[in-house]
Design a binder for this molecule. Structure first.
Ligand SMILES: Cc1cc2nc3c(=O)[nH]c(=O)nc-3n(C[C@H](O)[C@H](O)[C@H](O)COP(=O)(O)OP(=O)(O)OC[C@H]3O[C@@H](n4cnc5c(N)ncnc54)[C@H](O)[C@@H]3O)c2cc1C
Length: 377
């Protein structure tokens, strides 16, 4: 990259708040800052020529948790912590839908369906036994009644005949979502600089060194790099997790009326127009998928192709396209919100439901930084 004086000056110009990463969290944080403090200047630095992580590569489920995921997370984190995170997801979805609008999101209120394999009898029974308990929790924390119910599967004969339906979930188009957020940033005079990869943050000098040797000073810095955060802060507990996804060519008489997941959320699929989108399977090769490298592997492709044939016999011969994305996970499902010093705030580790939690996290980060700015003035 050979910057001109004008470009270099523009990128490095003094800005109140600098954000690294233009995924859903970076954009939402910038928007929330400008909505609450319009006088503040905000810029975003993004290494890709477009967002290059998870936000434009995901499956577009607007979900907040299935019964098996809730039970898993209650076991991991305890009931109130688990539900706090579920509540964050629900609040995030509400912010996103209000901010962008359902039409621009291509939001479809199809509900979420948790399927079980025929040999998953123990998991299925455990989930069925806990539906009332999970409904009580959802009502207590989210104020939503009768969230989960047992439903008969129509057409998915290779899976257990009864599944669990979440009536409050849906699907979106992730690129439409990001385009709408970018447009909102533009309307709010938030500059997004693409192709700017941050290599180092000097907290003493309060500046950022980029791959192309531009030094960018900052006043307050928010790091929204999710699965890629360790290259900037190796000590933080955020682990990259690749997810591989496929989409088929248009299929005849396809009818998948919901957004489906199985294996405690590790595998997910939905219909997009007359195609099947199917992804996940990271549980097959946890070690191999713990990577920041994009790509597809024969083992997971074979695994997902076999599941695809269970959904729609013969569809594995009709795969149109494969891709992957990188999300950020860790020992807890809580997003990691941490001050690295008084001017550098990190907001990462969104797990597999970042479409939901992303806008909420943006509000939290914005509030923290705007408040810290105000205190110093
Ligand atoms: C395949 C897949 C399917 C998914 N499906 C769903 C789903 O259906 N529903 C759901 O809710 N969630 C889903 N998720 C998770 C969700 O997409 C993420 O949690 C969410 O997008 C994370 O947003 P983010 O802004 O934190 O991170 P990202 O979108 O990854 O954004 C981080 C940005 O930081 C940039 N960056 C990184 N390092 C640097 C650097 N050094 N300098 C400059 N820029 C940098 C990256 O290029 C990237 O654009 C899925 C994820 C994947 C990968």
């Amino acid at each position: 990259m050979n910057y001109s004086f004008w470009e270099k000056y523009f990128i490095a110009q003094d800005t109140d708040i600098t954000i690294i990463g233009s995924g859903i969290v970076g954009l939402s944080t910038a928007i929330s800052i400008k909505e609450s403090a319009p006088h503040m200047s905000v810029k975003i630095l993004e290494r890709g020529s477009a967002p290059y992580g998870a936000s434009t590569k995901n499956a577009g489920f607007s979900c907040f948790g299935s019964v098996s995921e809730l039970l898993h997370d209650i076991n991991l984190m305890g009931e109130s912590s688990c539900m706090e995170v579920v509540e964050m997801r629900w609040k995030g979805l509400k912010i996103l839908r209000n901010r962008v609008g359902d039409e621009a999101l291509e939001y479809k209120h199809v509900g979420g369906t948790e399927l079980f394999r025929k040999n998953d009898v123990i998991l299925q029974q455990k989930c069925f036994d806990n539906i009332i308990y999970c409904n009580e929790l959802i009502e207590k924390y989210l104020g939503l009644t009768s969230c989960y119910s047992i439903k008969k599967n129509d057409g998915l004969d290779r899976f257990e005949g009864r599944s669990i339906y979440n009536q409050y979930e849906g699907t979106i188009n992730p690129v439409s979502m990001m385009n709408a957020l970018k447009k909102r940033c533009n309307d709010l005079n938030i500059n997004i600089f693409y192709g700017v990869e941050v290599e180092d943050i000097d907290v003493t000098e309060k500046n950022i060194k980029t791959k192309h040797e531009v030094i960018i000073p900052y006043q307050k810095l928010i790091v929204c790099t999710n699965g890629f955060t360790k290259s900037l802060f190796p000590s933080l507990e955020v682990i990259p997790a690749r997810n591989q996804v496929l989409i088929t060519k248009p299929l005849k008489n396809l009818s998948l009326p919901s957004a489906y997941h199985l294996d405690e959320g590790y595998v997910y699929f939905r219909q997009y127009h007359d195609r099947i989108l199917l992804g996940g399977g990271r549980n097959l090769d946890i070690q191999g998928e713990t990577t920041v490298d994009f790509g597809n592997t024969p083992a997971i492709q074979t695994y997902l192709s076999a599941i695809l044939d269970e959904i729609y016999p013969g569809a594995s011969a009709q795969i149109d396209y494969w891709w992957s994305g990188i999300l950020g996970i860790g020992p807890s499902k809580y997003p990691l919100i941490q001050w690295m010093d008084e001017d550098v705030l990190v907001g990462v580790r969104l797990g597999g439901m970042g479409v939901a939690i992303g806008s909420y996290l943006g509000e939290v980060l914005a509030l923290k930084v705007v408040t810290s700015f105000d205190k110093e003035r």
